[in-house]
Design a binder for this molecule. Structure first.
Ligand SMILES: Nc1ncnc2c1ncn2[C@@H]1O[C@H](COP(=O)(O)OP(=O)(O)OP(=O)(O)O)[C@@H](O)[C@H]1O
Ligand SMILES: [Mg+2]
Length: 229
């Protein structure tokens, strides 16, 4: 098994058959010991966070597969905290696609002159560049095309998939009385045929979820979502 990449919350290995293995670690993004899904640093280590994140990821990827939404998911081993996935290449050096249902986080920090905290947003999709040194700047569709990061067709796929996937997650949360405020996804082109698919993970660390107006921490969200599953 060859290590391809050491990430902040996961390590990536290449298996002998060419598939990738994602190893979920107990590192959580945040600053000074406080969790923040938007942070670019590992802020704290939480015992069991890797497995909990993987269990929720498996839960959502299996729902997406059942809904015929294309993803990289192959299978998961919770004991080992690993997930086998189809290898993909990312757009440029990687993008994050955010879908927003309520104004919080970086949206509010940027547009606070016009937006109220918690104001409803209609599955608003925006893309940011994965560029830690530049604090993951937002990028427009035309800039993505102009800089040859992706094509217009790929952008359309990305936006459509983002809305579909986010809706699946939102519906699953709402079954447990939880409201999804925003979610951050990653996409790539499958190495085998170039198809645009969802990659990476969908765990508590990728979203902001609230119950009765109160923010739910990732580990708590994972517990609430998987109770009885
Ligand atoms: N199917 C896939 N094919 C190729 N790369 C993948 C696939 N799924 C996930 N990845 C990549 O594996 C890495 C997982 O590591 P991790 O999530 O720790 O990244 P990271 O360094 O924390 O970056 P970030 O915080 O911006 O997500 C990411 O770079 C992600 O883009
Ligand atoms: Mg990541």
């Amino acid at each position: 098994m060859k290590r391809m990449y050491t990430g902040k919350t996961k390590d990536v290995y290449e298996l002998e058959n060419g598939d990738y293995l994602l190893k979920f670690k107990d590192d959580v993004t945040g600053e000074n010991g406080v969790f923040d899904p938007g942070a670019n640093t590992v802020g704290l280590v939480m015992e069991g966070a890797g497995r909990a994140g993987l269990r929720l990821t498996r839960f959502f990827f299996e729902k997406l597969n059942a809904a015929n939404i294309p993803t990289h998911y192959i299978d998961a081993d919770i004991e080992k905290a690993t997930m086998t996935v189809a290898p993909a290449s990312v757009f440029g050096k990687g993008l994050e696609v955010i879908c927003r249902y309520r104004a919080v986080g970086s949206f509010l920090r940027r547009y606070g002159l016009y937006a109220q905290e918690g104001q409803p947003l209609d599955a608003f999709v925006e893309v940011t560049l994965k560029d830690d040194a530049r604090q993951d700047p937002p990028i427009s569709k035309s800039a993505l095309e102009m800089l040859h990061i992706l094509s217009a067709e790929e952008y359309a796929d990305l936006e459509k998939l983002t809305k579909q996937i986010s809706q699946v997650v939102k519906d699953e949360l709402s079954k447990k009385g939880i409201e999804l405020y925003d979610i951050k996804l990653e996409f790539g082109r499958l190495k085998k045929d170039g198809q645009v698919v969802l990659i990476d993970e969908i765990s508590g660390g990728n979203m902001r979820a609230y119950k009765d107006g109160v923010y739910i921490e990732p580990l708590e969200l994972e517990k609430l979502m998987l109770a009885g599953e």
